[in-house]
Design a protein around this ligand. Sequence first.
Ligand SMILES: CC(C)(COP(=O)(O)OP(=O)(O)OC[C@H]1O[C@@H](n2cnc3c(N)ncnc32)[C@H](O)[C@@H]1OP(=O)(O)O)[C@@H](O)C(=O)NCCC(=O)NCCS
Length: 208
Amino acid sequence: MAIVAPDMLSDMTRLVGTGPAVGTVAVSMTTERLTIGTPAERDAAALFAMTYEQGGLPVTSKLLWNGPIDLDETRAWCVKYRDNDFYDGGHHWVIGDRPHPMKAPPLVMGAIGLTPGNQPGSAHLGYWLGEAYWSKGFMTEAVVAMCNHAFEVLNLHRIEASAFLTNPASSTVLKKAGFASEGVRRACAYKYGEWIDELVWARLRTDR
Ligand SMILES: CC(C)(COP(=O)(O)OP(=O)(O)OC[C@H]1O[C@@H](n2cnc3c(N)ncnc32)[C@H](O)[C@@H]1OP(=O)(O)O)[C@@H](O)C(=O)NCCC(=O)NCCS
């Protein structure tokens, strides 16, 4: 009789759409034009430069997060999310180009992440790109790949994302990636001394 290890058993009995097993770590992936890689310490300087203080404002003014306090914070983020359990803050990746195999590593362009929601199998999606890389279809490509990964590899059921009402580019990305609008959460985000409305978007595994 074959012996079934306890961790195999929990995977076999895991219900469809209830999320990954405890201890699941992120894996890197590629799309046609992008590397979506688990963070490495060498990525920190480029990520920091695109999000720090005044120079980072094009990115951080559209996010609840106001950017890192210093380079050490970004370095610590890269180290934590290199091989992090999904249930300990989620999985986060660095978005880069797909260099020729002889020219490594990829050019760092931004980040994307899935953070566990408050129900089994649900997660919140967040993302940003440095301003130089906007409007080339990169984030739509990354979000489509992330949804496939979330449903097929992480066994998620629902991916939620929210965009400031004043950020139509982000809502366009979500719409193009198959998300449905679920309405406006009024005055739910506090940024720079103002309450901002957010548009809520979600995609379900059954939407595909
Ligand atoms: C939002 C963001 C991720 C979009 O990334 P991107 O790679 O430029 O997105 P894409 O090129 O895939 O798609 C953007 C779409 O928005 C459209 N768009 C851009 N500005 C727009 C505007 N002001 N109004 C309406 N649509 C707009 C683009 O035309 C494009 O649609 P199209 O391909 O049909 O022409 C990027 O602008 C960014 O990082 N912004 C700062 C951080 C941020 O907003 N993060 C998301 C928080 S919810």
